[in-house]
Design a protein around this ligand. Structure first.
Ligand SMILES: Nc1ncnc2c1ncn2[C@@H]1O[C@H](COP(=O)(O)OP(=O)(O)OP(=O)(O)O)[C@@H](O)[C@H]1O
Length: 226
């Protein structure tokens, strides 16, 4: 089976006022199906850049990002968007929920966008909310929920269409330690049950250690922690 995600000699630099800033300098790594990998590294080391490349939101200057055997850079825009929609779930630090919609409606957004049949999608949304302990909050507008609860809703939304790859950029960065720990345990547990590979960025050593493997970005290169 090909890896869910592969970085092959990926480089990315940015043009800044001070000149060209090389962020990734020939990074190669593979994420096998169902595996959980955390990404660490100091501020500015390129963690978010790596995740954006994985999601096809950003493109490398050189090298290839391969999702399920297909090099994203070689796909036409529409195909790349479809690959992301069908195979990738995204969780962000600031949740990006629609505040006036209910928890269940937020979870259902990806199904609406994709035109999935509403009945099965709604049943799955309810089952996921139940799984993360929010079975009785599905009808509440998300703006009434706590930060930890909002992130659990965002997790359900990311998982709704059974993504092969779940990407999470500092998913606990906006939460206190206790809710952060709970969200991370749920993220890892549900991803494992669903068989989704998981790549998550975290600044916390404890939370990074919960993964099967840790990738550390340093000086534009990727090192694997034992
Ligand atoms: N669009 C951009 N234009 C110019 N520079 C950028 C751009 N995006 C990122 N950078 C720079 O690239 C470097 C890596 O950014 P990135 O956000 O990937 O780091 P990070 O490891 O996620 O950082 P943090 O832990 O602080 O969130 C930083 O120095 C950042 O300022």
């Amino acid at each position: 089976m090909p890896p869910v995600l592969a970085f092959r000699e990926v480089s990315r630099s940015y043009r800044t006022a001070g000149g060209v800033l090389p962020v990734l300098r020939g990074v190669s790594a593979e994420l096998p199906a169902g595996r959980a990998v955390s990404v660490s590294g100091r501020s500015g080391s390129g963690k978010s850049t790596l995740l954006h490349l994985a999601a096809g939101i950003d493109a490398p200057d050189a090298g290839e990002v391969v999702l399920l055997g297909r090099a994203l850079g070689r796909l036409p825009d529409r195909e790349r968007t479809r690959a992301r929609r069908d195979h990738v779930g995204l969780v962000f630090q600031f949740f990006h929920l629609l505040p006036h919609l209910t928890a269940e409606e937020n979870v259902l957004v990806p199904a609406l966008v994709a035109g999935d049949p509403p009945g099965p999608a709604a049943a799955r949304a309810r089952a996921l909310l139940e799984r993360v302990g929010l079975g009785d909050r599905g009808g509440d507008p998300v703006q009434k929920l706590s930060g930890g609860e909002m992130q659990r809703v965002a997790l359900c939304r990311a998982l709704l269409r059974k993504p092969t790859l779940l990407l999470a950029d500092e998913p606990t960065g906006n939460l206190d330690e206790a809710s952060g720990q709970k969200v991370m345990e749920l993220l890892l547990g549900v991803a494992r049950e669903e068989g989704s590979a998981l790549l998550y960025v975290t600044h916390s050593r404890e939370l990074a250690a919960l993964a099967d493997e840790t990738w550390i970005l340093h000086a534009g290169l990727l090192e694997r922690a034992p």
